[in-house]
Write a protein that binds this ligand. Sequence first.
Ligand code: FAD
Length: 385
Amino acid sequence: MDLELSEEQRAVRTLAKDFVDREIAPHAAAWDRAESIDRGIVRRLGDLGFLGLTIPEEYGGCEGDHLAYCLVTEELGRGDSAVRGVLSVSLGLVAKTIAAWGSEEQKHRWLPGLTSGEALGCFGLTEPGTGSDAGSLTTRARRAPAGGDWTVDGGKTFITNGTWADVVLLFARTGDEPGHRGVTAFLVPADAPGLTRREIHGKLGLRGQATAELALDGVRVPDSARLGPVGKGFSVAMSALAKGRMSVAAGCVGIAQAALDAAVEYAGDREQFGRTIAHHQLVQELISDIAVDVDAARLLTWRVADLVDRGRPFATESSVAKLYASEAAVRAANNAVQVFGGYGFIDEFPVGKLLRDARVMTLYEGTSQIQKLVIGRALTGVSAF
Ligand code: FAD
């Protein structure tokens, strides 16, 4: 792997860095308190081409490789994880999956809006009764024996972008086979009759992002909205999540980098015992622990991007990166709070939000325990799920 970024990758990173410093970081605390980012930021992400990264130009994308995608995701994570999550879901889990599995009609219908930021996507897998064991989902899609439309009944929860989205990538049970084998994916317009959405408030972190419950009551979906073959929905979901975990890992690198930047700056300003706290060795230990986590998480994440770009298998490496980077982001943010002392506990300072936002990264797109089972299965050949 070549660790030297190309000229194009450096330019994308600089563009993202400047954008985050100017248009995201200064507002992150206010958006967090208001429990909503400025929705206009989504169009800005589209204007800058960030929502079209890795998507072919003929569908409104701007191509680019996965390392460039990770660089942008990292910068957004540094500025505000709530914004990063909007992109990771709409582009990372929905648009990329449509690009990989969709018919020409589906790609032309949805991708131009998703890449420009005119439209948003959400990923509807988790249900109230099925989280880690997503393959046992119970939302049902039934089709009349003679063919025709599907009718979907059920419910989803914890759906990022849920109330803002224009299209739901929805996973429903279509067969009687047990477990994940009977699952099929559909692209359901969010305004479909029978689909209702309710926002979930009171989250520990990612407060600027809309997280929703979806209820589906007799929602009619034409067969042309089916994404991928009948019964292959779980493969669609897992292929999306394998790349999604890389994106979460990149966002976590951003959180850890923000923790490092804040800790170094504060340690150089704050004086105790007659000199700045940067002079105290145990404060340097906290800072160097953060720095090691940033480097290790970044290298693991870049390795996944490199494997994806070279067309090599990457799913296990993506779980390794997500597991490490999410735990590292929590550690890094926690260490930064320690450097800030009591001020780290007050939301006038940025590090408390970093810790709250980091915490969910060890939970979604597969908890840390689930990542360990994925890695363990790859190493031993034994599934311990
Ligand atoms: P559970 O599966 O009930 O797990 C509870 C605990 O048991 C965890 O510690 C888990 O690790 C452990 N556990 C479970 N099974 C095992 C096992 N076999 N071995 C060892 N330990 C185990 N979902 C979507 O579909 N789309 C989204 O956009 C989305 N966004 C989200 C945004 C937020 C803010 C949050 C909080 C969640 C989001 N999720 C989304 C859902 C998320 O992916 C799930 O919360 C996650 O998969 C865990 O499921 P669960 O919460 O039901 O926990």
